[in-house]
Design a protein around this ligand. Structure first.
Ligand SMILES: *Cc1c(COP(=O)(O)O)cnc(C)c1O
Ligand SMILES: [Zn+2]
Length: 446
């Protein structure tokens, strides 16, 4: 039954694309370093990650030959490039990598600050983990406080360029709150589909940004299908990263930034939390592009970090078999993905990097939240701290040597999930307003 639904949705979405007749104009960007958007994109086509077929750069979502498994990869003209001198002139946000983004001059770009997040050195953290050097990239500093903003700005820009009057996605978490915020920044109506069991706190950000929230009486898969069908039926722009190949193009800019900022200092490892797999694949794509452009002399290895209770991609990495969907059980809701859709891109990236996967328990994630707060002053949501938990474990297991250096990608801010933060943190001390008792307290605690 659900198989039939899937195919119907796919057919409808293809039909609606043909009906709308929207295609991207292929062309070259002038490399003038002015930071202004040129008229055309450098996208030359889409390549299916399953069968390798090529398609023109239209707004088709998945490979018609492979169905929903056929996730597409955006390809650029060989002439699409920028130099360090070009970048030096440009604003500090993700649009600085315009030549390698699927946007045009006529696209209206969301005004919120996305990208160019801080990359801190964390020497005390490195000492605690017995690693030579650690950098922390704080993605919680994006406009709506998560990495997902990098994808949402591309989605919203493309929605506006295609003339869509509404944008939609199915999510309970950061993809939804990010889309709601970025859409609000340009006045584009957003419809968010959430499963019935969506936790209330997650809805606050989405609702505050004025999105229409549809609570679907069903599980996440049914919610996702309904969103697909609604997009096809109403002609809404679909921000689901699992089927929209352009969103990962925003995510890859984190890789661009790391390479631009560190250059020859690029470390041995990058630890990234993995749920659906799109984030780690995006970071890898950005790094590869920067390697090709000569910004970095070599590529780092990827450490994919999954929760023990949601480890489909890690299990597939070690077994060599396709992931088997299973219920996800972890407090790190942003990586609680039971049926990942971008696993091929993720596995390909980690293998190509000669990297590996590691799985962490919720206890290890809670500990990592504390350590990150104390040793680097970064407040992370559980999925954001999972990367550090994985790095700590990899160091303990000897997978990462004491002479090696690493980046931890902190994907979401701790204020997104205060309940978990309170679990990770110590309790306050309660005392009467009396100095003598305060003195006694500190004498005792010495
Ligand atoms: C979405 C998300 C991830 C994982 O990204 P995937 O593309 O699903 O692998 C990690 N951390 C946070 C905070 C997220 O929101
Ligand atoms: Zn295909």
């Amino acid at each position: 039954m659900s198989f039939i639904l899937r195919n119907t949705a796919l057919l409808r979405s293809i039909t609606s694309v043909i009906v709308r007749g929207f295609t991207v104009i292929i062309g070259k960007l002038p490399l003038n370093g002015s930071g202004k958007m040129s008229m055309m994109t450098n996208v030359i086509g889409l390549e299916c990650v399953v069968c390798g077929r090529h398609y023109p750069p239209s707004d088709i979502w998945t490979c018609p030959n492979c169905g929903q498994a056929g996730i597409l990869d955006v390809r650029y003209a060989a002439t699409a490039r920028f130099t360090a001198a070009d970048l030096a002139e440009r604003p500090h946000d993700l649009w600085r990598y315009q030549e390698l983004l699927p946007i045009t001059a006529t696209s209206q770009l969301p005004p919120l600050q996305v990208g160019w997040t801080p990359l801190y050195q964390a020497p005390r953290l490195a000492r605690e983990l017995r690693i030579k050097q650690i950098w922390v990239k704080d993605e919680g500093r994006n406009a709506t406080a998560s990495f997902k903003d990098r994808a949402s700005v591309i989605g919203v820009a493309r929605a506006l360029a295609s003339g869509a009057k509404t944008i939609a996605c199915a999510s309970t978490g950061n993809a939804a709150s990010s889309l709601a915020g970025i859409a609000a920044s340009v006045g584009l109506p957003a419809v968010i589909f959430v499963p019935e069991h969506a936790p209330d706190p997650k809805l606050a950000q989405i609702l505050l940004f004025g999105a229409t929230v549809i609570r679907v009486q069903g599980n996440y898969d049914q919610t996702w299908e309904l969103c697909q069908e609604a997009c096809a039926h109403f002609g809404w722009y679909n921000r689901n990263a699992a089927v929209n190949p352009y969103l990962i193009e925003g995510k890859k800019t984190a890789g661009h930034e790391i390479a631009e900022k560190l250059g020859p200092e690029i470390p041995d490892w990058i630890a990234v939390a993995v749920g659906d797999g799109c984030t780690i694949a995006g970071v890898w794509k950005g790094l590869c592009e920067m390697r090709q452009l000569g910004f970095i002399p070599r590529l780092p290895r990827l450490l994919g970090v999954q929760a023990e209770g949601a480890n489909a991609i890690a299990a597939a990495f070690f077994s060599g078999k396709a992931p088997t969907p299973a219920p996800a059980a972890t407090m790190a809701d942003s990586i609680a993905v039971g049926a990942p859709r971008n696993w091929r891109k993720a596995l390909r990236a980690v293998s190509a990097s000669v990297g590996t996967f590691i799985c962490v328990s919720d206890e290890e994630i809670l500990l990592a939240m504390r350590v990150l707060g104390r040793q680097a002053a970064i407040f992370a949501e559980p999925a954001g701290a999972a990367a550090l938990a994985g790095l700590a474990k990899a160091s303990k297991l000897g997978l990462i040597g004491t002479h090696e250096q690493a980046i931890v990608l902190v994907t979401g801010n701790g204020l997104k999930d205060v309940k978990s933060a309170m679990r990770a943190a110590d309790k306050p001390f309660t005392l009467p307003p009396d100095l003598r008792q305060l003195i006694t307290f500190f004498e005792k605690s010495r």
